[in-house]
Design a binder for this molecule. Structure first.
Ligand SMILES: [Zn+2]
Length: 381
């Protein structure tokens, strides 16, 4: 089992602003572990918070506080991801899902940000939210302190600390952490070359991951039990990041030399006279694409994008046909299979449909590319 397969199992627990929220099964294990760690600490040892001294609390209280604090921390992670997701939506990007996995969360976007500015704003939204949560929690702790609600002080204080850690950790400048995305946005703006920017941010990600793993091993060999936990944790998070960063670096390297035929999929084309209602009822459920080429007898007529369809009133679904709602063929909508993937990518980012039709020398449709799912599949020798 690869490291990535390890994170695949998940269940949908809610929909927030229409975004499915999914939880990885292993998340429950981490939740229980966190409750236990917090509860056993509060039960056995006094908590020293600056000038405040919280004596060990009764077992039941300790477990209750453990559950509340853990729930609060995981809600904070969710709030962090939701903040990315809503900023992405404000930038016109659709959200596939929010995943809560054992090492935090992930807001999965349907397509990549189209400018360094958008990338920067989406990346910074998460840590900014965590920072705000931290400040609010510390203010809450302060208020509870004045009211002498010691256990509430403890909950708020732990949540404040957790959120502050979340904000700072995510700002480490290595892709795919938020800080790495910020770095990529800055490099991208400076050079105008997104592939090179991604590669550099990915390399920084490998370095950050390596540091976490080494730091974790160091903590694990230290004699204290809790440092062993923290160390193991740090190693696992490091491995998770390493896997993601290495694949990003590989991907960007292959993108440099790849051509369109290395990445295109066989075209699934719509007939120009296909009714929009039939398209939505029969075609869409079977094909997870955000755009479709329209062609008859292999000749390309245009491209339909789901984004464009959204503005079409429901009443006209039964009268309009594919050729009425497509964007008619234009030079920025198709390329030949020997075009470099870099150029294809640039076109997709600016042509308004986020996709490209691939035609051969005779002008027949032979393939299709979508920016959201762009992957180099074939390795050429
Ligand atoms: Zn984030």
């Amino acid at each position: 089992m690869s490291v990535r397969d390890f994170y695949k199992q998940k269940i949908t627990v809610a929909r927030v602003y229409g975004i499915p929220v999914r939880i990885d099964y292993r998340w429950f294990v981490v939740f229980a572990l966190s409750v236990w760690l917090i509860a056993s600490n509060l039960h056995t040892a006094p908590l020293e918070l600056g000038s405040m001294h919280l004596p060990p609390v009764a077992k039941f209280t300790a477990w209750t506080l453990g559950v509340i604090t853990t729930a609060g921390l995981f809600l904070s992670v969710f709030g962090h991801e939701l903040s990315h997701a809503l900023m992405a939506r404000a930038e016109g990007i659709e959200i596939e899902e929010i995943i809560l996995h054992p090492f935090g969360g992930l807001a999965r976007l349907r397509s990549q940000p189209e400018s360094p500015g958008a990338e920067f704003r989406i990346a910074i939204a998460g840590p900014a939210a965590s920072f705000v949560f931290a400040v609010l929690a510390f203010v809450g702790a302060r208020i509870a302190w004045v009211g002498e609600y010691q256990t509430i002080v403890a909950v708020f204080f732990l949540m404040g600390g957790g959120n502050l850690l979340l904000a700072i950790f995510n700002l480490f400048p290595g892709y795919p952490l938020d800080g790495g995305r910020v770095l990529r946005a800055l490099l991208w703006r400076r050079s105008g070359d997104i592939v090179q920017a991604t590669r550099l941010a990915g390399i920084c990600g490998v370095l950050v991951a390596g540091t976490l793993i080494m730091f974790g091993i160091y903590m694990a060999v230290a004699p204290s039990f809790h440092a062993y936990f923290m160390g193991l944790w740090s190693v696992l998070v490091g491995l998770f990041l390493l896997d993601a960063a290495v694949s990003v670096v590989r991907q960007s390297q292959s993108l440099r030399t790849a051509i369109v035929s290395d990445a295109m999929s066989p075209p699934f084309a719509l007939e120009p006279d296909l009714l929009v209602s039939r398209f939505i009822d029969e075609v869409l459920p079977l094909h997870r694409q955000t755009a479709f080429p329209v062609a008859s007898n292999g000749r390309l007529h245009g491209i339909i994008s789901l984004q464009d369809l959204k503005s079409l009133p429901r009443e006209s679904w039964r009268v309009k046909r594919a050729c009425d709602v497509m964007r008619p063929i234009a030079p920025q909508m198709f390329v030949t299979q020997t075009t470099t993937l870099m150029h294809a990518r640039e076109l997709m980012q600016t042509n308004g449909v986020g996709s490209l039709a691939i035609v051969d020398q005779k002008g027949d449709l032979i393939g299709f590319l979508q920016s959201g799912t762009l992957r180099v599949r074939k390795k050429r020798r």
